[in-house]
Design a protein around this ligand. Sequence first.
Ligand code: ADP
Ligand code: ADP
Length: 225
Amino acid sequence: MADVKLSEVHKYYGNVHAVRGVDLTIADGEFAVLVGPSGCGKSTLLRTIAGLEDPDGGTISIGGAVVNDLRPRERNIAMVFQNYALYPYLTVNENIAFGLRARKTPEIEIRKRVSEAADMLGIGNLLQRYPRQLSGGQRQRVAIGRAIVRKADLFLFDEPLSNLDAQLRDEMRTEIKRLHHEITTTMIYVTHDQVEAMTLADRIVLLRDGEIEQQGAPLELFEQP
Ligand code: ADP
Ligand code: ADP
């Protein structure tokens, strides 16, 4: 587990000031949802935490250590994307195991972790299939499985459900919530969907034009006057 602390983080794309001095602390084990309209900087902020973008100012700490100079691989994070990013020529089993193999994890440990993750996600019967033989919901489960087996300190989700139809979205939302209860890792989740934010978050962080407009528990934030 790991807390996350951003201090005065800035990011520019040319003239576009995408992230404007964000200060944010996320506690160990907390489920934080970054929400806000398209273009407000959610994804940029998440990718900065992941190390996929370099901030132009400020510091980012994970578990008390400044990670600005660490590559994504060195940050002990796991990330789930909207587009699944599965390898089409690898089976489900090989897709889930990929990150562990790349890190030279012993095969016996890989088998154990893959089977645990597959059980947790109800995809134990799909391990020999290829991504094209799966539904969208099943693919997203595989993508989450790939993150689980890493036993990372921090889970980052970038709009993971926006390619799914409404019913599957509901189902996967429940699944992700259950997963957080089960593994109690810090999670940061980006969405533009307020319902998703309300149901998943311990804390909602509302972004607007690259700045934090408001943050708080879901009921604090969206309480009707
Ligand atoms: P959100 O995730 O909230 O939709 P983004 O973080 O993707 O917002 O984008 C924030 C701002 O930065 C937007 O104005 C977007 O156009 C711009 N932006 C994002 N990525 C890039 C990029 N690679 N190059 C140039 N501009 C970008
Ligand atoms: P994994 O163990 O899941 O294969 P790696 O650590 O090998 O992940 O990947 C290096 C970094 O690249 C990770 O931070 C991961 O989140 C990121 N990454 C993986 N797939 C994508 C993608 N489709 N788009 C952007 N970044 C990605």
